[in-house]
Design a protein around this ligand. Sequence first.
Ligand code: RM4
Length: 260
Amino acid sequence: MLLENKVVIVTGASRGIGRAIAVASAKEGADIAINYWGDNDKSYGRLSAVEEVVGEIEALGRRVIAIEGNVADKETGVQLVERTVGAFGHVDVLASNAGICPFHAFLDMPASVYETTVAVNLNGAFYVTQAVANQMKEQGTGGAIVATSSISALVGGGMQTHYTPTKAGVHSLMQSCAIALGPYGIRCNSVMPGTIATDLNADDLSDTEKRAYMEKRIPLGRLGEPDDVAQCVVFLASDRARYVTGAALLVDGGLFVNLQ
Ligand code: RM4
């Protein structure tokens, strides 16, 4: 078990990549604190997304707590640490995953769309990383932080002018945190997912031509799945990556390198 008895905080964990990270970490022996924002509605009598992932983790025999909070609010990171330490006694891993990507044209993009995207994706990653890193330093036993950056840290998107800078910023945040936190034995790395089929891009990929274009561009011939990313996060969080910090791992099926 790669994360035996570790305590893992995952932000944005009710759906998509975050949910996959939480479940994959539980399968590797971790207890989980999942963060979510506004995803606990029990519409149409269904279990909420949060209840579904909590149930999935409990069925694996691991402990789990669910903590609502918008990571853009500095206090959320503090609350995440307090609630997690209160429940499990310590924190070993942070998967800083929460992010949004409201596709929008550049020229008429309202300031609110830009500012909200920066607040959640970049400010949120900073605040949660800072809160967890302070707890890890106080614990004195090191730790691992893995941020969900993106292929979009390295290349652009015409409808993502607000989004790609935040993903580049998340990658850079991990590089600088690797330096700042190395003396405390805290490793900081990022994963760079390519086009992974999730709620984040469901609308965008409902355009069959767009979906076919993306699939054609990927050497492995398929869009990614959330667990494709989660497995890489587990590796970077585990002791198998004990000498890896300040690094970034592309998880994109070869999309980035495929010019021709
Ligand atoms: C990723 C990448 C994908 C897009 C998602 C929303 O960073 O740009 O192509 O579908 O964001």
